[in-house]
Structures are given as structure tokens and as C-alpha cells.
Design a protein around this ligand. Structure first.
Ligand SMILES: O=C(CO)COP(=O)(O)O
Length: 259
């Protein structure tokens, strides 16, 4: 058993308006409270669209909930003529503690490169928040059997030049694209194979302290029915959850995987 605190992160993607966000966070808080959730056994994070963050902040702060919240993306710029972008300062001002970057949906639809993803992670860490760096292969890569090399290549390109101390502070989320929103979960063995390879690469590149500290999540059709098996794997420290995080009961059940 490692001393890494497990993290359940709900990526809402482009779902839920502020009224629905309010409903979900309150429902989630109640579910967790009713079941006596121990936040030291699993950190709970919601990642709403930008427009819901203020709403989530209000509820979380008013009730001093243990739930944390973050953003799905961020700009690499500080301010200026970047229409549509949101800066790290804007997110810290709203109390965000995590920011996702490099999600496959942004890599695919917005042509985000490993270099840009790495620059976003740097920006987020420098602003005092925790980057959740996403990686993962498409089905063709998996079929060709080169998925481990592909994923390690993404991570190494994004983190080029980083110190061991900084890498130890980030979260890496392995999300095989073919398992996202498809109902097709990677088996626990498939997920462990890649998460284990990520940790072995961290050991090789940055040494033992970093390899032991950096949290590695799995994402892709994670749900109440498979979370226990995923969390039983040595190198899986939590999950990045899409669909199943949009319902208070299913997400709360996953946060309580340890019970
Ligand atoms: O992309 C994901 C989380 O970032 C996974 O989404 P699903 O859990 O809906 O497959």
C-alpha cells in the first residue's frame, strides 16, 4: 500500500448548467456525508465547465465541504488579446486547486501538442495549483501494440526539462481513447500495465522519491461496477471519471471504493 492519497476526479466535460451544478455538488456532498466518507482516504474533485466554477465555489465554501474543484483547461498566457481563453490567475482567484490539460478531446479537436500541454502544466504548477496531465492512445496504436511507448512519449515530451521535485507534484491521468465514453473499459490488467509503465518511467527519469509520490489515475468508462478492481492495482491511484461523475450517487459510490 502506497502513501499516495487516492483521487477521484469528476470531469463534467461540457455538461450541466449552473443550476444543475448546484444540484449535483449538493447531492454529492450529502451522499458522502450520509455514508460517513473519509476525505483522507479519498480526495474528491469535481471539474465543471468554466461557467459553473463560481457556483461550485459558493457551495463548497459556504458549507466548508471537503470537496475540491478545478478546471478542464487553461491558457498558457497571463492576460491580453486571447479571446475565449481563461488564465491561471482567474482560476486561482476562484479557488480552483486542480487543472486538467491534454485531454484527448482537446488534443483531437483543438490540435493541442505535447509541448503546449507541458507549457500549460508548468503554468498551473507555477500558479500553485495541481496539473492533471492526460495521456492515452487511440485504438490503432493499441492494436499495433505500441501503446506503452506512445504514452511514455507523450509524457516525456510534455515534461521535458522538468525537475524531479516538480514532477512529484503533478497528477498523470492515463485515458485510453478507445475506452472514453464507449462503455469499453480497459481491463484492470490493461490499465495497470500502462500505469505501471508510467511509474517505472518516472523511476528511471526522476528517481524513487518522485516515482513514489506522483499520482497516476486511470480514466475511460470507469464506473461503480469496476472501480474497486481498478483501485486494487498497485499503480492506479484514482480515476478521472466522465459519465459516472454526473450523478451524485454513482460518483459518491466510487469515492467510497475503499469501504
Ligand atoms: O474522458 C474521461 C474523463 O476525462 C472519461 O470519460 P468516461 O468516464 O465518460 O468514459
Amino acid at each position: 500500500m502506497s502513501n499516495r492519497t487516492p483521487l477521484m476526479a469528476g470531469n463534467w466535460k461540457m455538461n450541466l448548467d449552473h443550476l444543475e451544478a448546484n444540484h449535483l455538488v449538493q447531492g454529492l456532498a450529502l451522499e458522502l456525508k450520509d455514508h460517513g466518507h473519509d476525505y483522507s482516504k479519498c480526495e474528491v474533485l469535481v471539474i465543471p465547465p468554466f461557467t459553473d466554477i463560481r457556483t461550485v465555489q459558493t457551495i463548497v465554501e459556504a458549507d466548508e465541504l471537503g470537496i475540491k474543484y478545478g478546471a478542464q483547461d487553461v491558457s498558457v498566457h497571463d492576460n491580453g488579446a486571447y479571446t475565449g481563453e481563461v488564465s491561471t490567475a482567474m482560476l486561482t482567484r476562484l479557488g480552483c486547486s486542480y487543472v486538467v490539460m491534454g485531454h484527448s478531446e482537446r488534443r483531437e479537436y483543438h490540435n493541442e501538442s505535447d509541448e503546449l500541454v507541458g507549457a500549460k502544466a508548468r503554468k498551473v504548477l507555477d500558479a500553485g495549483m495541481t496539473p492533471i496531465l492526460c495521456c492515452g492512445e487511440a485504438l490503432e496504436v493499441r492494436k499495433a501494440g505500441t501503446h506503452v511507448d506512445f504514452v511514455l512519449g507523450q509524457i516525456r515530451a510534455a515534461l521535458k526539462g522538468w525537475s524531479a521535485e516538480d514532477v512529484a507534484k503533478i497528477v498523470i491521468a492515463y485515458e485510453p481513447i478507445w475506452a472514453i465514453g464507449t462503455g469499453e473499459t480497459a481491463t484492470a490488467d490493461d490499465a495497470q500495465e500502462v500505469c505501471g509503465a508510467i511509474r517505472a518511467a518516472l523511476l528511471e527519469d526522476y528517481g524513487q522519491a518522485t516515482a513514489e509520490a506522483t499520482r497516476v489515475l486511470y480514466g475511460g468508462s470507469a464506473k461503480p461496477g469496476n472501480i474497486k478492481e481498478l483501485m486494487a492495482q498497485a499503480d492506479i491511484d484514482g480515476a478521472l471519471i466522465g459519465g459516472a461523475s454526473l450523478k451524485a450517487d454513482s460518483f459518491a459510490e466510487m469515492c467510497r471504493f475503499y469501504a
